[in-house]
Design a protein around this ligand. Structure first.
Ligand SMILES: [Zn+2]
Length: 633
């Protein structure tokens, strides 16, 4: 059942409508198992944390709005957004089941569906929402007043999460009841917007609405009903779409996570309809965000908004750095764009964001989720606790760590892409092909693939040549013999041959230091080793609110800002920093990816500062960007 769903939602429509273009399919989460390593650790911890949440409390807002008797108390945190985390929770449970086979996750997801079905039934019109008093706003919108949505806390955004939850319950659990509930809910939404003219629609879309265009595009993919595709287009928001389709960046000071899901929807409309304006809008959005607005670890925005070029220096000052939801959504967009064009740039970004920002946004001990990752030198991040914090980044965080299997592999016809170097096992059931990837990457510089096939078969294995491996340095051995690599960094290369069981492919990926300037702030640089962002621990002074309580602003690491002039500084110009780093860096014995860079940093107290993966620094202040000072040499 699951296989059919995924094939239909993410491959077939694209195949039907994009003839001629190379099309790439995703593998269902069930077919990719993670093996031991940091991502499996994070995934298993996420499952454990998911099971600590109180499901009846998750459901309480929906019962209240449907007029059903109370079974549990609603969560008080972010109460105006009641129900939004519940949608993410349903998605996460469904994905966790797909990724691990955990029966308790499945049981909980099915319990949620039964309860939500009761709510939908009681509402009587297809609605399944938890927004406090939400029906009053929907009545106004139905009567033609689009701007009425601004009277409540982002109501479409909130509903979008439950739409996605129902879709994912169908997609990952194969539950047909969820499909019916999803489509009934979609039809309710069509009724709400039916009376809005284009002007009222645009006024309504000035208020954050999540990925409602993506939802309607998916409903179209599921049913072939063009009414849903029309609705996806109506939810485009011309203010962003018209600029993006003309390749004009109008993102300055826009709320970042309001925009990214719109681009996810543009991509879906393009993928399903072949509309080139939608394709341009999605691609240009991705391009300008990743090139001009993204920090080294893959995140964007400060105080939740995109800074203008001149305002980028605020990244250095701001305690509210990139928000995790933005990167969660950027990865969705990246997956979708890769399906349309399997370009290695997409995989490079995916790797950067997954290995750095996303992995770092979960506490490796208690599993709490991070909202803001400040780039301010010597600041820190704080974490959610189960059943306390109900932030957006808790909801998206629940999903982040159960879906690491989504992009490791892709397929195109008979050919297989290896996008990421993550210890894992692919079971391509339809083809009778299994692939085991054994690797400690990035702690080591190699990966070994072993294939098992029902019968020998000719096809191409497409391996990624990452941008961070230098030209001519990547080497491959097939069954122990050197295979010529005729490819440049940031591309894929093919090994096309007749494969048989027991064939092995060893890939050597020499890693190097690199430095990247903060966008539009050339004197602040971040240090990388391969795709891994390195940072430095900066003490544990005043970690106020390290695990957040249920206060409205608990998601902000509110401890004292330490003065910028006490932070470590690289003694040299930005242009000369890489050479100095290469000269100074000495690996620390027994600690992969840790380096002591004697003499690189001033003042004297930082003489033997240790750099280590940003993703592993928790419960601690840190510096991930360093100012370069030529006068300090
Ligand atoms: Zn968020």
């Amino acid at each position: 059942m699951m296989l059919l769903c995924v094939a239909f939602l993410f491959t077939s429509c694209a195949e039907d409508r994009q003839q001629g273009a190379e099309r790439v399919g995703s593998f269902p989460l069930q077919e990719v198992r993670l093996l031991d390593g940091p991502f499996k650790h994070a995934r298993d911890l996420d499952v454990k944390v998911l099971l600590q949440y109180d499901t009846d409390r998750m459901l309480a807002p929906f019962r209240r709005e449907a007029g059903l008797p109370k079974k549990a108390e609603v969560f008080p945190n972010w109460a105006g957004m009641d129900g939004h985390v519940s949608g993410h929770y349903l998605s996460a449970l469904a994905m966790a089941y797909a990724a691990t086979g955990d029966e308790e996750c499945r049981r909980r997801a099915e319990y949620m569906l039964s309860e939500l079905a009761e709510c939908q039934e009681a509402n009587g019109d297809g609605y399944v929402g938890g927004i406090p008093g939400g029906k009053t706003v929907w009545d106004k919108v139905r009567a033609g007043d689009g701007a009425a949505v601004s009277e409540m806390w982002v109501p479409w955004y909130n509903l979008h999460k439950m739409y996605a939850g129902l879709r994912d319950a169908w997609l990952y659990l194969g539950d047909d009841r969820a499909r019916g509930m999803f489509l009934d809910f979609c039809d309710w939404g069509l009724g709400v917007i039916a009376a809005l003219d284009d002007e009222q629609m645009e006024l309504m879309l000035d208020t954050e609405f999540g990925g409602m265009n993506e939802i309607y595009a998916d409903a179209y993919a599921m049913t072939g009903d063009t009414g849903y595709l029309d609705a996806a287009r109506r939810f485009s928001h011309r203010k962003l779409f018209d600029s993006m389709a003309r390749r004009i960046d109008n993102l300055d000071d826009m709320h970042a996570n309001t925009q990214v899901p719109k681009a996810v929807g543009y991509q879906r409309v393009a993928e399903l309809s072949g509309d080139s304006d939608y394709a341009t809008a999605a691609e240009f959005f991705w391009e300008t965000v990743t090139r001009n607005r993204t920090l080294s670890f893959g995140g964007n925005s400060r105080r939740e908004h995109f800074p203008s070029a001149a305002e980028c220096r605020e990244y250095v000052e701001e305690r509210q750095g990139p928000e995790t939801c933005n990167t969660y959504n950027m990865l969705k967009l990246t997956e979708g764009l890769f399906r349309m064009h399997p370009d290695s740039r997409y995989a490079d970004y995916y790797e950067r964001a997954m290995f750095n920002h996303i992995l770092s946004a979960q506490h490796p001990g208690h599993g709490g989720f991070v909202y803001f990752s400040s780039a301010r030198p010597r600041h820190y991040r704080n974490y959610s606790a189960p059943n306390e914090a109900m932030w957006c980044c808790v909801g998206s965080g629940m999903e982040d760590h159960v879906k690491y299997g989504k992009f490791i592999y892709s397929h195109s016809g008979r050919d297989l892409y290896v996008n990421l170097f993550v210890a894992s096992e692919l079971d391509w059931e339809e083809r009778g092909l299994r692939l085991v990837q054994e690797t400690d990457f990035p702690a080591s510089e190699s990966s070994r693939l072993t294939l098992t096939l029902d019968r020998p078969e000719r096809f191409a294995l497409r391996l990624r040549y990452p941008s961070w491996v230098e030209a001519g340095e990547l080497s491959v051995r097939v069954n122990g013999r050197e295979w010529p690599v005729d490819a440049a960094p940031c591309s894929y290369f093919e090994i096309e041959r007749r494969w048989k069981s027991g064939d092995t492919v060893e890939i050597l990926l020499p890693m190097h230091f690199s430095v990247e300037a903060m966008p539009n702030v050339p004197d602040y640089i971040s240090v990388l080793y391969g795709p891994v962002v390195l940072a430095a621990r900066m003490g544990t002074e005043d970690l106020e609110g390290l695990v957040a309580d249920d206060g409205r602003w608990g998601h902000i690491a509110s401890g004292r800002l330490l003065p910028l002039d006490g932070a470590p500084v690289i003694a040299g110009t930005p242009d000369g920093a890489l050479a100095k780093l290469q000269e100074a860096a000495a690996p620390v014995d027994g600690k992969p990816l840790h380096f002591i860079c004697e003499g690189l940093f001033v003042p004297e107290e930082y003489r033997t500062l240790e750099l280590e993966p940003f993703a592993g620094i928790h419960d601690c202040r840190y510096s991930v960007y360093f100012r370069c000072d030529g006068d300090a040499e």
